[in-house]
Design a protein around this ligand. Structure first.
Ligand SMILES: NC(=O)c1ccc[n+]([C@@H]2O[C@H](COP(=O)([O-])OP(=O)(O)OC[C@H]3O[C@@H](n4cnc5c(N)ncnc54)[C@H](O)[C@@H]3O)[C@@H](O)[C@H]2O)c1
Length: 302
């Protein structure tokens, strides 16, 4: 192993840092890389291109291709901080992909944590709001799908690395992120991505179940603002980053307009997710984006 601790003399609080983004070629990761480069940091991405794409690459970022479980051998320049976003990231498909979820999220994240512990690196973890999901049967959100389970387990593990080994960390929870560059084709496409594609192709918008399930759709740039604040000042667990407004899937489909088709409900689909914005607001975060405006722009061909 030939790891060298980053020794840039200007690498102090608020100044140029070397930052590793896992999943840097993914939807949220690429927006984060773009912002960090703009802020003057040295940015490295580690991505295995499972759902990531080279089309998302941002100028100025050093891209390393590989699985997070191999972080130790792949990352030879020790960063000041890691934003860990590189995990399996879909709820409904996670039942059929449980083996992949384990490999990408458990095996991978364990090695990221070991890497942070062994090299004294600050970690910001991208948790999921599915942990706070509400279900008709009253069950815990974290037990309702393999995705929710592994994401919630990782938040426990990150907290425990803090308790057991003194890891410097912060945990964020994202709520239904939408924005430019989300996946709109194939098995791993997102709701707004699918609706956008179908709207443009004049196809009916499919809704699982009643469509009454509510979501806090959150603009990706608001997520990035939150992540940067947490990266700079966050301590410990509990940084929910999400919109204060909730919309049902049906309301979203109606904003697009056109034909709607209802299909049977899918396992793991929550009604809503509880949100507590206290900690992120304490860091000075506020919401800027609006899903209504975003959909309006799509409809106007922008
Ligand atoms: N999009 C959302 O609404 C949302 C909500 C809550 C949490 N999150 C979390 O945010 C993170 C990013 O999500 P996204 O929407 O950008 O998804 P995404 O699928 O676009 O991005 C994930 C990226 O990580 C890469 N990746 C996956 N496993 C990896 C591994 N083991 N090693 C290296 N690279 C790996 C993928 O190739 C992809 O580029 C994920 O951790 C996800 O669970 C997303």
């Amino acid at each position: 192993m030939n790891n060298e601790k980053h020794s840039d003399p200007v690498s102090q609080e608020g100044q140029r840092k070397t930052i590793l983004v896992t999943g840097g070629a993914g939807f949220i990761g690429s927006h984060l890389c773009e912002r960090l480069v703009k802020d003057g940091h040295k940015v490295i991405s580690l991505d295995n291109y499972f759902t990531g794409s080279k089309n998302n690459h941002v100028e100025g970022v050093k891209y390393i291709e590989g699985h997070t479980r191999d972080i130790e051998s792949l990352i030879t320049e020790i960063p000041d901080m890691i934003y860990h976003l590189g995990e399996y990231s879909r709820v409904l498909t996670s039942f059929e992909d449980i083996d992949l979820v384990w490999q990408l999220n458990s095996q991978g994240t364990f090695n990221v944590l070991e890497f942070c512990k062994n090299n004294n690196i600050r970690l910001v973890y991208a948790g999921s709001s599915t942990k706070f999901g509400e279900f008709d049967d009253g069950g815990d959100g974290e037990d309702q799908s393999p995705y929710a389970y592994f994401k919630a387990s990782n938040t426990k593990l990150v907290n425990n690395y803090g308790n057991w080994f003194g890891l410097d960390y912060a945990i964020t929870y994202f709520y239904n992120v939408y924005g430019e560059g989300e996946i709109s084709e194939g098995k791993y496409s997102t709701l707004i991505g699918i609706f956008t594609r179908k709207f443009k192709n004049k196809e009916p918008l499919s809704i699982y179940g009643s469509g009454e399930q509510k979501r806090a759709f959150t603009y990706v740039k608001d997520i990035i603002n939150g992540l940067v604040l947490v990266g700079e000042k966050g301590k410990g667990d509990g940084y929910c980053i999400g919109s204060e407004k909730n919309y049902s899937i049906l309301e979203i489909a109606e904003m697009f307009g056109g034909e709607i088709e209802k299909v049977s409900a899918k396992k793991g689909d929550r009604n809503n997710s509880k949100i507590d914005l206290t900690k992120i607001k304490e860091l000075g975060w506020s919401e800027g984006g609006s899903i209504e405006d975003f959909i309006e722009k799509i409809k106007n061909g922008k």
